[in-house]
Design a protein around this ligand. Structure first.
Ligand code: 13P
Ligand code: SF4
Length: 348
């Protein structure tokens, strides 16, 4: 059903009054009306990652969630057009899983420091160096890298995917911190080769139970430190600290909970702490407060992902108006990448 301006304004104001200035709500409501009209005209759905700005997150998204949830939805949708409000590797995953659909990403500048940290050639070099060792690849990578992998995983299922191999040694790329965090959970020793795998050494004889990582980092999560947590705990001794597993291992260890973006949202919604500190992209804190105004969320709010921030309501409207930016994946690469993603979806 199409939405009129008054309803769009009231819906947005109800959620965002304490988060966004009134003048902005007015402007955004006009965009919401137009986007809803275009969605119907194009038979499109909008998928929104949990890091989207509040006005977008709380208005036009048909489905919202973390990487794993959005991948599942993109595989199943019957809409003609998927507008992916997230970063490029996420939109690419949607195209890989559902290639007959038109997949749009509202900005061509929404990259990711993790996805940029590794190439398909790097994976081939790692395989040469560690022959026969299975390759588990974080979903925050481009299609060419997924195509060289045995299976994909997300922050929500990394441990389960690694354990599905019953192999003592596993290559886990490209997030060094996530690898270290999962190594601890799976009782494996971690080895991180240099950026040039040709300079890395093969495993020593007799060494087993190893996770072979890669020195990629999330430029947002690497900025949080244990000192940040200590400072906040000094001021708010009863604060509950939640850290995304892309944070450094000492930060995750000093926190009370670690999980995917959706797992963090669920934790805050379902628990009753006087204060929460979220160590992740800061829009997500605004999005939680908009729906749960009674929760006191402390955030380190200089920490916004510059890539996710490219995706706004304005750019989403333009995407549907101009049918831009269309995501394409070479068919040979797509088929191989899909195999690795399907294997993850089967594992759960
Ligand atoms: P999630 O899969 O937990 O949503 O994480 C995606 C991401 O890019 C975190 O920085
Ligand atoms: Fe990539 Fe980090 Fe941004 Fe997530 S927050 S999209 S991992 S740069």
């Amino acid at each position: 059903m199409l939405i009129d301006f008054d309803t769009a304004y009231m819906n947005l104001a109800a959620k965002l009054e304490n988060v966004v200035p009134q003048a902005e709500i007015y402007l955004q409501a006009e965009r919401v009306v137009e986007i809803e009209r275009l969605k119907k005209e194009r038979n499109a759905i909008i998928l929104g990652h949990n890091y989207m700005e509040p006005a977008l997150f709380h208005s036009v998204c048909d489905f919202k969630g973390d990487s794993l949830q959005l991948a599942r939805i993109s595989a199943e949708t019957t809409a003609d057009v998927i507008v992916f409000c997230g970063v490029k590797f996420m939109a690419e995953t949607a195209k890989i899983l559902n290639p007959t659909k038109t997949v749009l990403i509202p900005s061509d500048r929404a990259g990711c420091s993790l996805a940029a940290s590794i190439t398909a050639k790097d994976v081939r070099e790692l395989r040469k160096l560690y022959p026969g060792v299975p390759v588990v690849t974080y979903i925050n990578t481009y299609a060419e890298v997924k195509a060289e992998s045995d299976v994909v995983c997300t922050s929500g299922n990394a441990k389960k995917v690694i354990e599905s191999f019953h192999s003592d040694t596993v290559i886990f790329i490209p997030d060094e911190y996530l690898a270290k965090n999962v190594a601890r959970e799976t009782g494996k020793k971690i080895i991180v080769p240099t950026l040039n795998p040709r300079l890395s050494r093969p495993l020593e004889e007799g060494v087993s139970k190893v996770l072979i990582g890669w020195p990629g980092k999330c430029e947002v999560h690497e900025r949080f430190s244990v000192e940040d947590i200590q400072n906040v705990r000094k001021q708010f001794p009863d604060v509950v600290v939640l850290a995304h597993p892309e944070c450094a291992p000492d930060v995750v260890e000093a926190s009370d909970f670690s999980g995917s973006t959706s797992a963090m949202i669920k934790y805050v919604k379902e628990s009753k702490a006087p204060h929460y500190l979220l160590l992740t992209e800061c829009s997500m804190g605004d999005n939680i407060v908009a729906e749960n105004p009674e929760k006191d969320l402390l955030r380190l709010c200089s920490v916004r992902c510059p890539h996710m921030a490219q995706i706004t309501l304005e750019m989403t409207q333009k995407a549907l108006e101009l049918m831009r930016y269309q995501v394409e994946v070479d068919e040979g690469i797509r088929v191989k990448a899909k195999r690795a993603i399907d294997r993850m979806l089967e594992i759960g």
